[in-house]
Ligand binder design. Structure first.
Ligand SMILES: NC(=O)c1ccc[n+]([C@@H]2O[C@H](COP(=O)([O-])OP(=O)(O)OC[C@H]3O[C@@H](n4cnc5c(N)ncnc54)[C@H](O)[C@@H]3O)[C@@H](O)[C@H]2O)c1
Length: 437
């Protein structure tokens, strides 16, 4: 099948490489010339495990091409996939300007009938808006079918999530479009759910909002566990064993971040208000998440009384491991708050340092290794649960610190390793602290 993809971000690029690897001919387009230049040479502009290999293989076999020219990219394509960003606008709603522009680009350059498939996360009803833009701008002899095909991949495992998704949701307005898209994905052997376009659009927001709510719920339970002497890890296991609840997303921490959950919860809340509905559950989910991001700072304040002049090592800057993305990362809020409190922040991340330098407070200092970050530190904050931090020699690391105090924002360090430290104060979330004087 001949496919065009607009947007080579996490979603568009993962989709493009996986569809070409499945045997389709794919042209990926982006307005970012630097990205396309890099991609054409097989250099991924983002860090994603497995991406580089697929990129090289499919450029090599000629099934995957990149261009900044919509005319060239859209030429003779049967399926057009739109995967441009839908960031948050000032009032919390989804900003559809990139999508609207993409629709105009398609209308100006499409040379045959095609299925326009919106993979970007968009509020219910957006397909209709895009269809109208296309209708107004397409030549009269060209017609399109619309489809909503939301994406559920997670950054950090984007390629394997695309190849082994739990489900593919296809919302269409007619059977021909539905069966063509089913055929496009058939080689992946992933269960496909066919729905109306509006239901498909809603499934994406409902799923993300539910997962975000689950995170905020377990974070509140963790805080209550701490107050009552229960252990949230046991509580999570006990809850998760109930098939009605499930074990996923019951890990407490310093809140969700990234380019999707925060904006999608806000956008769904906004959609509800547009329909005169106060979706209070979502409001509370967001409030809990905002508080949770500051938790380590509050814990440190309660331990030290005052953070003025204290050196805090911040390990992990990306919003989650296996990505270099800092969008809505808790590290942004934490470092700002620490600096407001007069602390010195020494930060380290295995892959996100370059991106961090663009967005973190300019007073943040960057270390070349975890060892350098913790040197003479009064405390260390574990902000992202990178495997390398979990596997570090903590017995040795805490010896480099001024005081061996660890605030683990991801409950990722192993207690048996912490106990090996000669002296340590270890503060996890929602379970008992470990103090060895
Ligand atoms: N990142 C995720 O984990 C994830 C997961 C599921 C769904 N989504 C959704 O998928 C969509 C894309 O997300 P992303 O993270 O890949 O975005 P991104 O911001 O990383 O990439 C979007 C790309 O689209 C390009 N673009 C903008 N206008 C264009 C145009 N007219 N023609 C061609 N290219 C254009 C941009 O230059 C950019 O490279 C969003 O709606 C997002 O909510 C993201």
């Amino acid at each position: 099948m001949k496919i065009a993809v607009l947007g080579t971000g996490y979603v568009g690029l993962s989709t493009g490489v996986c569809l070409s690897d499945s045997g389709h001919e794919v042209v990926c387009m982006d307005v970012d010339e630097e990205k396309i230049e890099q991609l054409s040479k097989g250099i991924p502009p983002i860090y994603e495990p497995g991406l580089k290999e697929l990129l090289k293989r499919n450029i090599g076999n000629g099934r995957l091409k990149f261009t900044t020219s919509h005319k060239e990219g859209l030429h003779n394509k049967e399926v057009i996939i739109i995967a441009v960003g839908t960031p948050q606008s000032n009032n919390g709603s989804a900003d559809l300007s990139f999508l609207e522009q993409a629709a105009k680009d398609i209308a100006e350059n499409l040379n045959q009938n095609a299925i326009i498939t919106i993979k970007s996360t968009v509020p219910v009803g957006t397909n209709d808006v895009i269809k109208n833009i296309l209708k107004e701008n397409l030549p009269h002899d060209i017609s399109v079918d619309m489809a909503a095909n939301p994406e559920f991949l997670r950054q950090g495992s984007a390629i394997s999530d695309t190849l082994k998704a739990d489900r593919i949701v296809i919302g269409t307005e007619n059977k021909q479009a539905a069966s063509k898209l089913e055929k496009m994905y058939s080689i992946l052997h992933i269960p496909i759910l066919h729905t109306s376009i509006r239901s498909a659009e809603m499934i994406k927001y409902a799923s993300n909002a539910f997962l975000a709510m689950k995170i905020s719920f377990i974070n509140e339970i963790a805080n209550l566990c701490e107050a009552t002497g229960a252990n949230v890890e046991d509580v999570s296991i006990g809850m998760g064993l109930d098939k009605r609840i499930g074990e996923a997303f019951l890990k407490p921490g310093i809140g969700y971040g990234g380019s999707c959950f925060p904006k999608d919860v806000k956008a769904l809340y906004h959609t509800a208000s547009e329909h005169d509905m106060n979706f209070g559950l979502l409001e509370e989910t967001m409030t809990i998440n905002n508080q949770q991001r500051e938790l380590l700072v509050w814990k440190a304040l309660s331990r030290f009384g005052d953070l003025n002049g204290k050196k805090i090592a911040m390990l992990g800057l990306s919003f989650k491991p296996e990505t270099d993305d800092l969008r809505e990362a808790p590290s942004i809020v934490i470092s700002n708050e620490l600096i407001n409190q007069g602390a010195r922040v020494s930060a380290y991340d295995p892959v996100a340092m370059n991106n961090a330098k663009k967005v973190l407070n300019t007073q943040v200092e960057y270390a070349k290794s975890p060892e350098e970050a913790v040197l003479d530190a009064d405390a260390v904050f574990i902000v992202t649960e990178w495997k390398s931090f979990v596997e570090s020699n903590w017995k040795q690391l805490v010896k480099e610190m001024k005081s061996p105090i660890i605030f683990d924002g991801r409950n990722c360090l192993k207690e048996e390793e912490i106990i090996k430290c000669e002296q340590v104060e270890y503060y996890p979330i929602g379970k008992p602290k470990i103090i060895k004087a």
